[in-house]
Design a protein around this ligand. Sequence first.
Ligand code: IVH
Length: 717
Amino acid sequence: MAKADAAALADKPAETLTLEEAREELARLVAEIGAHDKRYYEEDAPTISDAAYDALRQRNAAIEARYPELKRADSPSEKIGAKPSGRFAKVRHAVPMLSLDNAFEEADVHDFLARIRRFLGLKEGEEVALLAEPKIDGLSASLRYENGVFRRGATRGDGTEGEDVTANLRTLGDVPEKLGKGAPEVIEIRGEVYMSHADFEALNARMEKEGERLFANPRNGAAGSLRQLDPAVTARRPLRFFAYGWGETSEVPAKTQWEMMQAFRDWGLPTNPFMKLCADVEEALAHYRDIEAERARLGYDIDGVVYKVNELALQERLGFVSRSPRWAIAHKFPAEKATTVLQGIDIQVGRTGALTPVARLAPVTVGGVVVKHATLHNEDYIKGIGRDGEKIRDGKDIREGDTVLIQRAGDVIPQVLDVDLSRRPKDAEPYVFPDKCPVCGSDAVREHDPKSGRTDAVRRCTGGLVCEAQAMERLKHFVSRAAFDIEGLGAKQVEAFWRDGLIKHPSDIFTLAERERTSLKKLKDREGWGETSVKNLFAAIDERRQIALARFIYGLGIRHVGETNARRLARHYGTFAAFMEGARAAGGEAGPAWQELNDIDGIGPVVAEAVVQFFAEAHNIEEIEKLLREVTPQEAERVQSTSPVAGKTVVFTGALEKMTRDEAKAMAERLGAKVSGSVSARTDLLVAGPGAGSKLKKAAELGVEVIDEDAWLKLVG
Ligand code: IVH
């Protein structure tokens, strides 16, 4: 059948199809749904929304209901037992599911404790009790219980929003349908879903017999099994669960983490038997060594030990930095290592033009994962030279053909650690790092910073706009998850559109639909696309014409402006116009605009300089103007707070007696205040303790309100 006819058929209501048309349509739907399943499950790159996908399945079912005799053996409705429920619904977590900071060495754990002690202002001899427990290598889940009954279960997702996998979690023997006596009215139990080694082996053996794809490791097995559309499939998968924390709760019936875990156990939730309450850091580290020694005998994967401050009141005071708690840390086990042959060195060109050498390796399994690539960091690293010009690896260089030692730690990109000179091929030549960009041919240079006198370790392509690699990477960044996150438009699709000249700049994304109307080569005729997916893509793009300011700023790809800094800038300036005006005014002389940019908490001169430079480039302004014709960044969400200090700029000076400066600052920020280091006309409040000097004087001159620590504590409740 010709393409045009197929498209017309796809638009025809199911109940008006003739027998012949229905047969054609069912064949098309099998292919289309199959292709979407592949993109969703195997490539993790869906091109249509969940609703559109459901519509396809419903259409398939409707046609089959009308012509049962046409139902195909490979029909999507026949797949895996009971009727699949379509894609998972989204669930917003009442309390975000955060991540943990990592420690790799004992010294990092001591630093973690020192930070806590400093923050809380503890005196010598005042110990902080820690709960130490295995860090389970699975995937986190949140179980919501209301009146003691399991109501909803969700995956972590991006931490803010996960997938509703209630029916699947319900099939786990470790997830009680009801909690025992004494459970709060509402509680979200947080924990890890995992698969034991024995169950994993048995599952893979079964999958092999059934001709299915095998899982690479137990964690993938657990993730793949939990995210099954059909709960009956999950039920046949041997998943387990350990509870280790909580989200929203109507009541906290304990004073410590340890007591809370005891309560969990009393309510019938599985907690890890290797949890131990430790009186101090030394005891916690000893427990780490015990767990490490037991690791191989546990029967399930763990990748470290988590330490948590035991007192809940202290946890509360410590709060969070960015996306992880100040009161907990994951002490990771040493990375897994393996030896393999370096087959070649490829150079990747990043968004900022950085040339990164990547090792192409003879595939090797490291800790259950097949590794084919590893980073070589930069030119000096290959030569055996460290950051400060010192020798690394005793000055040994790395050559193509070498036998190398690689290591993989968690989800971090594997790296090449060492070379075995005794196995170096006779004809191996020292690697010559290119001084031209391998993509656009422009000079690739290492910048010299006259201020520090240092030469950048990174060689960068000077091609800027002409360099296709940079342009493409910038686009990929623009559509990435933390930026515009357009459903159906991931890195792969952007790359394809880019190659065909359809999208060269971010603003082109938003004119795509308009151009499509007059285009002769229609998007729906492209490989992997169809009428519905194109329609959905345009809808997803339109959805992003309104976008959070922080996402917009992050998406611009300004050097040194990651998610956190983008949030800081958004929160400070409030609107994009104010940000752009501030950034442009900050260029040139070191005037008040430059000062303002530098004064933003967490933004230093390096970031400020990068921001200024970005807005000093005419081509950036040009693209921003085009983009702003299509997209409206929303005003930044001011911190929602009813506190009297919300939105105020506060300065602390002199000694504080009831809490440390850090804690006071964190508290003020939590309540929506901005904390600044210097008094100016913009200061709303000066909190002055004993010994206050010049800031107090300045505040008096400027007529800024001054209060003492007690008044501050009263004010913030
Ligand atoms: S506590 C505020 N305890 O590790 C975050 N997490 O890197 C509290 N994990 O997403 C997390 N075992 O999935 C905690 N005993 C344990 C854990 C654990 C595994 C995972 C969890 C989290 C990730 C953080």
